[in-house]
Design a protein around this ligand. Structure first.
Ligand SMILES: *Cc1c(COP(=O)(O)O)cnc(C)c1O
Length: 410
């Protein structure tokens, strides 16, 4: 197919790494100023941390929400609430951020990696089922790129076995799944407020739950397990200080007030791109569950290299010449191929917790993960944010179309 027009001019897309792609404004400045002027910067005493927590819980329709220092901390807190024994297993996904995995190792847990659906890069009930064992203590699902996992089947499987589900929703704010938001379907939801996420305070995180006992343990784990407000408080168990500061909470509260608009803006421009890319043979736009909405942390294409020369890498190279900086193959290799897992570099030379692993639990080799390999091979991740305009989207679509026709195999 020959393109209708050719855009010669190079456009610079808004970036979530600076103000061009972020929504900070007078609202954040007013709250931060108020926090500073109050002289109280700890959330144990200030108002912004508490306001953020109650507003976040209300927005998501969760009973409890707690602020913490990062998405990695949120995962650590969630796992600590479940309180596995060293050598226990948690099933997670082969394609996720390292911040969702090292907390497991700190808790003595063996990460058991489930395969992903090559179209969505998400785990499914079927890929999780294959990895269940008598030592499975929890399941962590990652809603990758803003696209929720198929939770009904996953919850059915987990409930059947009595295993709690942690949702890593770091990339997925206000995505609907059935009547709920992603992050509130399972037992605990974890969010990241890192620079590039839907709402941000540079670094930060949130945990949510509807379960009172899990909420209590998460609150304590954030607070060195000190029983604030109890008649005879003590440090009840081993825990860290994972508290957010009032300065961060002030920014996060202002960001939360903009979250619906942020998500709607991303969805609007993403829908436009999907429409503009319709019908390009060899390029597939996001596949979304009919129970879910996608909130487009990133916009992903699957590129078929039997039809497009060089596949996702070929596409990325041509797009780069047009100032469109995509990530072909996303993280390139699954997390379990990183040195921390391959060399078991953990505490001293103990190899803890891998030294406690059940025979067969550690299968960290590419040959065991053909679907993951396929998923990463085909994926082209386009950065996305709420400042994209129709003009930006037309520019991307036009150049994807041109690249696809340039690389077309006959
Ligand atoms: C960003 C991210 C994390 C880690 O969050 P940090 O705030 O960077 O610690 C965890 N899981 C996923 C899926 C992420 O995208």
């Amino acid at each position: 197919m020959t393109p209708v027009t050719t855009i010669e001019r190079l456009m610079t897309l808004p970036s979530d790494q600076d103000i061009s792609g972020r929504t900070f404004g007078d609202e954040e400045i007013a709250y931060v100023t108020e926090a500073l002027r109050s002289g109280t910067l700890t959330t144990t005493k200030g108002k912004f941390g508490k306001q953020l927590e109650s507003a976040f819980a209300a927005k998501l329709g969760a009973a409890y929400a707690y602020a913490c220092t990062s998405g990695s901390a949120a995962i650590h807190i969630a796992v600590a609430a479940i309180n596995p024994n060293p050598g226990d297993e948690i099933i997670t996904t082969s394609i996720t951020d390292m911040g969702a995995l090292t907390p497991l190792l700190y808790r003595g847990v063996i990460p058991v990696f489930a395969e992903v659906d090559p179209k969505t890069l998400n785990v499914t009930a079927d890929t999780i089922r294959e990895k269940l064992s008598e030592r499975t203590k929890a399941i962590i699902v990652t809603h990758l790129f803003g696209n929720p996992c198929e939770m009904d089947a996953i919850m059915e499987l987990a409930n059947e076995r009595g295993i709690p589900v942690i949702e890593d929703s770091a990339q997925t704010f206000l995505a609907e799944y059935g009547d709920n938001y992603a992050g509130t379907v399972g037992h605990i939801g974890c969010f990241s407020l890192q620079q590039g996420k839907h709402m941000t305070t540079g670094e930060g995180g949130m945990v949510v739950t509807n379960d009172e006992a899990l909420a209590r343990r998460m609150f304590l784990y954030i607070n060195k397990a000190w029983g604030y407000g109890d008649p005879n408080p003590d440090h009840y168990f081993m825990a860290l200080n994972y508290r957010m500061s009032e300065l961060q909470a002030a920014v996060a509260l202002a960001q939360l007030e903009k979250l619906e608009n942020t998500v709607a803006a991303r969805q609007k421009t993403a829908a436009m791109l999907t429409e503009l890319l319709h019908g390009i043979d060899g390029i597939e736009t996001p596949v979304i569950s009919d129970k879910a909405t996608h909130v487009y942390w990133k916009y992903c294409l699957n590129v078929d290299d039997t039809k497009i020369e060089g596949g996702s890498v070929g596409m990325a190279n041509l797009l780069k010449e047009k100032n469109i900086f995509s990530a072909p193959r996303y993280i390139v290799k699954p997390a379990f191929m990183c040195l921390v897992f391959q060399e078991q570099n953990t505490l001293g030379d103990s190899r803890f917790p891998f030294n406690l692993a059940r025979e067969g639990a550690v299968d960290y080799s590419m040959e065991n993960y053909p679907l993951t390999a396929k998923a990463l091979h085909d994926i082209l991740v386009l950065p996305w944010n709420e400042k994209y305009t129709e003009e930006h989207v037309r520019y991307i679509a036009e150049n994807v179309r041109i690249a696809a026709s340039t690389l077309r195999k006959n």
